[in-house]
Design a protein around this ligand. Structure first.
Ligand code: URA
Length: 425
């Protein structure tokens, strides 16, 4: 069936509902270059302003999946489960989580991305490990899932190419924020990846993509509906991102902290969230009520980590890259660290070199921030509060600027609630 792009744009502009055939035609022809970027820009703006129904969102997601290849792990003979986080500061949870879940016989095919802006990317973190390789063929991925049970690698260009093109367009047309477009973008890649179960970690707070609870909850609900409509076992946790996760932010630093968690230690919030997500993934994959903490304490998860890193050429025992320079920020008064803002810390870490401003920029593996104190802890005037790391001393001033207003010392701190909501599929 043939359609006219202009008619479809006008239909959406006038609050109409696009048909399944119309959406399929639009996505297919946009991917082929037959619908122009300026027409798709008008359409994405109309969607941002006027929204989409549940059926339209499902159709859009399915059309984006159909634009590329889909992976199939049914021949593995074990259940599969994956997690997607909308991204935050110090969010290294994928690193301990994938081997932890694999330790219970559930395979984890985790396709990840690189960081852009103040939130780090999982691949950038793992690339801090000498020798580790992010690019795997589909066959290598399958073999590693069979042998080890967990793989974290780069999403190949074959998955949902329509989304790649559309996401780049949204980025330059002020249409990133449309919930139907965010939800279909994320879910098209996750469904194409072929996981049987999916847990979404939707972050809420200053360091998150969604700053307020209502928007994050709406996004989570729409993504859960798409998963249900596509036959994926799915649920979403809404978790706090008003202050960073853990005590280490930056690529090598986050690998270090993940290994602490896999060795049975690590900061409480990182451990608690890892356990919460692992329990949820195992529940959806048909293995409820497992003693997940035991696998962190007795080395089973660490064994899987070592096997997972080695299988991709990495040396799990190698020393991680360290930054050339450090700068300690001390407390200006005595009291309780009442505010340590995630966005300020994320931007500071990014400016130190841990993140990139443009897609093609390199990252510094050793750059980042160690939180000597976290929100809620007591501190004495002159004590270390944060330690900043970079290979390029000139970056300290700009990093310090972004911390202004992000740190407060007072009489008390608000109690932190990590889990803010749970949407069951
Ligand atoms: N991440 C994605 O993959 N897509 C979006 O639209 C937003 C975040």
């Amino acid at each position: 069936m043939s359609f006219d792009a202009i008619q479809l744009i006008i239909q959406k502009r006038e609050h109409g509902e696009l048909s399944t055939e119309g959406i399929n035609w639009l996505v297919e022809n946009y991917t082929k270059g037959l619908v122009a970027d300026e027409q798709m820009s008008a359409m994405t703006m109309a969607i941002l302003l006027n929204g989409m129904s549940r059926r339209e969102i499902k159709d859009l997601t399915m059309a984006m999946i159909a634009s590329g290849e889909t992976l199939d792990y049914s021949k593995l003979g074990v259940p599969t489960a994956d997690k997607h986080s909308t991204g935050g500061v110090g969010d290294k949870i994928t690193l301990p989580l994938a081997p932890l879940v694999a330790a219970f016989g559930v395979a984890v095919p985790q396709l990840s991305g690189r960081g852009l802006g103040h939130t780090g990317g999982t691949l950038d973190k793992l690339e801090a490990i000498p020798g580790w390789r992010a690019a795997l063929s589909n066959q290598e991925m399958f073999d590693q899932l069979q042998d080890v049970g967990a793989v974290i690698c780069a999403a190949g260009s074959g998955l949902a190419p329509a989304d790649k093109k559309l996401y780049a367009l949204r980025d330059v047309t002020g249409t990133v924020e449309a919930i139907p477009l965010i939800a279909s973008s994320i879910m098209s890649k996750k469904i194409a990846e072929g996981t049987g179960a999916l847990v979404l970690d939707v972050k809420v707070g200053s360091g998150a993509f969604m700053k307020d609870f209502a928007k994050a909850e709406e996004l989570a609900k729409v993504m859960v509906q798409i998963g249900q409509d596509a036959g994926v076992k799915i649920s979403a946790l809404l978790t706090d991102m008003s202050t960073p996760l853990g005590r280490k932010i930056g690529n090598s630093l986050e690998v270090e902290e993940s290994v602490e968690v896999l060795a049975g230690g690590g900061p409480k919030d990182v451990v608690d969230l890892t356990v919460l997500l692992a329990e949820e993934m195992l529940r959806l994959a048909g293995k409820p009520d497992q003693d997940v903490r035991a696998a962190l304490n007795d080395g089973r998860a660490m064994d899987k980590w070592n096997a997972m890193i080695s299988a991709q050429g990495g040396d799990p025992k190698a020393e991680l890259p360290k930054a050339k320079f450090e700068h300690v920020v001390t407390a200006t008064e005595t009291g309780v660290l009442s505010k340590l803002d995630a966005l300020s810390v994320g931007i500071a870490s990014w400016r130190l070199g841990a993140g990139r401003a443009r897609k093609e920029d390199p990252v510094q593996f050793g750059a980042g921030i160690v939180l000597n104190k976290v929100q809620g802890e007591s501190i004495t005037k002159g004590e270390p509060l944060l330690t900043l790391y970079t290979d390029d001393e000139a970056r300290f001033d700009r990093a310090m600027e972004s911390l202004e207003g992000g740190i407060e010392i007072g009489a008390s701190a608000p109690e932190r609630k990590l889990l803010l909501g749970h949407i069951q599929g």
